[in-house]
Design a protein. Sequence first.
Length: 202
Amino acid sequence: MSDTSPKGALYAALAAAQERCKPAGKDGYNSHHKYAYASSEGVYVQAREAFEGTGLVLVALGSKTETRKAPMAPLSAKQFERGEQYDPTLELPVVWLLRSFELHHTTSGEWKALTTEWPIVLEAGRTLDKATAGAMTSSLAYLLRDLLLMPRVAKADDMNSDERDAERIAAEEFERAQREKKPPARRPQNAGPQQRPPENPS
């Protein structure tokens, strides 16, 4: 089946769904980074409400994995303090989850093929099955967000957020310190209070 057929009715239905789509609320909380965010389940709920009555149906077809080389990620503060070395030339294998979908308009029969790519990230306490399930959940949530132009309330996802700019600047300073092989500037723990200059006698 070809994906080159007319899609006027499908796009009109999608425009209607985008128009009625509401932002997902902050129903999740990241205790490590201490910020509220819209969960994938919250995105699913808003997407279903936006699709309701439009004749749009999103069908998941299948998935596969693919291993690619990627540059070494910058070290965390704890890794740096342990003396681990950062090598920007080192490339490590990263497993990606590739998924295929079709967006169908049931009234006209028009459809469009869609694909997503998401890294499967293994961490301490996160086994392969959990990491894969997480990648499937997140990839679908972001596909729906992009498809419906859904406002995402997490500041870390806002390219114009001051919080994101601060995080980016802090990350750049830390990476620069790693390249220079010295820790970021910090006040010694045993340093006393800063001395004020003597005042001029009156």
